[in-house]
Structures are given as structure tokens and as C-alpha cells.
Design a protein around this ligand. Structure first.
Ligand SMILES: Nc1ncnc2c1ncn2[C@@H]1O[C@H](COP(=O)(O)OP(=O)(O)OP(=O)(O)O)[C@@H](O)[C@H]1O
Length: 233
């Protein structure tokens, strides 16, 4: 049953890749509920299933077995149109930042609003500039990605993910290219969004300093959820 306190509810979730003899199970019996507004970190060795889980929870992959209720909607057997509608309420920050090379920082962030159907140009421009300012890029609004450092590009991608006030942010090592002050700023920003707007963040990271700021730390091992630690004490 959907429960409004939780942005994400996964139960008995299994996932396989390949067919026939090559079929390999990547996730085993995942049960997980993520509270609205919480900042949750996921850790696990390479190949443990973190990206697979993020993409399933983000309606980027079909649910094969088990259930995922995202923002109150069951994803199993969801239609492509339902998935598109739900994805508009999410912010994705993946390792390959996929910025449009021919668009400026501000225009890249605007893409995050256009997919949500925001059309008031002045308000959108202002929102994009505001978010980039929060990310320390106020003086880089009109730069093309080619003229930004790796960390600055990553911050533009973070801006694009959060500018539309998503209900859930799914992030895969989003701070890997950032120095600690900048990474801490990003984490604080996501936590503030959680408090102010109920945005939940599920972030894959191995940075211990970010673990220290998490409300909760999940550990995946060989496709199984083997650890779930409440850090809010
Ligand atoms: N598209 C795919 N086709 C086949 N196998 C896949 C595919 N994607 C992932 N896998 C396999 O599923 C398992 C989980 O992979 P996944 O990428 O989710 O792990 P991960 O924890 O995110 O790893 P990393 O930290 O290296 O990104 C691995 O055994 C991987 O080889």
C-alpha cells in the first residue's frame, strides 16, 4: 500500500540481467522504505548493484519482480507515459554529467525546467541563475562546458537536477569531482531541500565525510541489502 510518509517503498525486489545461461541475478529480495525529506547514502563495492537499484527506483528500468512504489505510484507494469510523468518529479545526478556542450551553464540548467514544462522565461532564467549561485557558479552562468573545470561541470549537472524542486533526487557519486568544501555545500543544499520541501535524496558515495552527514546509510553486498544504519542519533 502507498504510504505518504515514504517517497520510495521497494519490496521483494529482484532483478536479473541477460537471458538463458548468461542470466545473472543483480539484486536479491530488496526491501526498502525511504522517508520523505531524508538524506540517505548507499555504499557497496563495485558490482554490488547500486546503479541497478538507483535506475529501478528512478523508473529508468522495468521492474521484473517485486514492487516499487515511487511517490505513491506502483512502478511494476507502469506504462511509458506514467514513467515519463513520474520521472519529471525526480532529479538525476549521474557520474557522466551529460551536459550539452553547445549550451551555456545557465541554458543547461534551464533544460532541467523545460522537461518539467516550465515556460515563463524570466522566472526560469532567474531560477537557473539562483541555483547556479547557490552552487558557487554565479560568475560562470554564460560559460560553455568546454570552459568549465570537471568540478564546475558537475555542479552545473547538480543544478540541472535540483532546479525544478524534485520530490526525489537520485545521485550516483555526484561529489566525486568536487573538493570537500564544494561537496559539503552540495550535501547541505540537498539536506535543506529535504527540510524545506520534503525532497528525499538517495546518494551513492564512498566519501566518509558525507556518510557522517547522512540520516541513514544503506550497504549493498552482492545484490543484497546487508546494512541499514540510522545515523540521526
Ligand atoms: N546492462 C547490464 N547487463 C548485464 N549485466 C549488468 C548490466 N548492468 C549491471 N550488470 C551487472 O549487475 C551487477 C550490478 O551492477 P551495478 O552496476 O548495479 O553495480 P554498482 O554497485 O553500481 O557498481 P559500480 O560501483 O562499479 O558502479 C554487476 O554484476 C554487473 O556486472
Amino acid at each position: 500500500m502507498p504510504d505518504e510518509d515514504f517517497s520510495i517503498q521497494a519490496s521483494a525486489l529482484n532483478h536479473w540481467f541477460g537471458t538463458g545461461e548468461a542470466r545473472k541475478q543483480a539484486l536479491f529480495d530488496i526491501d526498502l522504505r525511504i522517508k520523505r525529506g531524508s538524506f540517505v547514502v548507499m555504499v557497496g563495492a563495485s558490482g554490488s548493484g547500486k546503479t541497478t537499484l538507483l535506475t529501478l527506483l528512478g523508473c529508468l528500468r522495468e521492474i521484473q519482480d517485486g514492487s516499487v512504489i515511487l511517490l505513491g505510484k506502483e512502478l511494476r507494469h507502469a506504462t511509458p507515459a506514467q514513467n515519463v510523468r513520474l520521472r519529471r518529479r525526480l532529479g538525476f545526478i549521474f557520474q557522466a554529467h551529460n551536459l550539452h556542450e553547445s549550451l551555456t551553464a545557465r541554458q543547461n540548467v534551464l533544460m532541467g525546467l523545460q522537461v518539467k514544462g516550465h515556460i515563463d522565461k524570466t522566472a526560469s532564467d532567474r531560477a537557473a541563475a539562483h541555483v547556479l549561485g547557490l552552487l558557487g557558479l554565479a560568475d560562470r552562468l554564460d560559460y560553455l562546458p568546454a570552459n568549465l573545470s570537471g568540478g564546475q561541470k558537475q555542479r552545473v549537472a547538480i543544478g540541472r537536477a535540483i532546479v525544478g524542486n524534485p520530490d526525489v533526487v537520485l545521485a550516483d557519486e555526484p561529489t566525486a569531482a568536487l573538493d570537500w568544501d564544494t561537496a559539503a555545500n552540495v550535501v547541505d543544499l540537498l539536506k535543506r531541500l529535504g527540510q524545506a520541501r520534503g525532497t528525499s535524496t538517495l546518494m551513492v558515495t564512498h566519501d566518509n565525510r558525507i556518510l557522517d552527514r547522512a540520516d541513514r546509510v544503506l550497504t549493498l553486498e552482492d545484490g543484497r541489502l546487508v546494512g541499514d544504519e540510522d545515523r540521526r542519533a
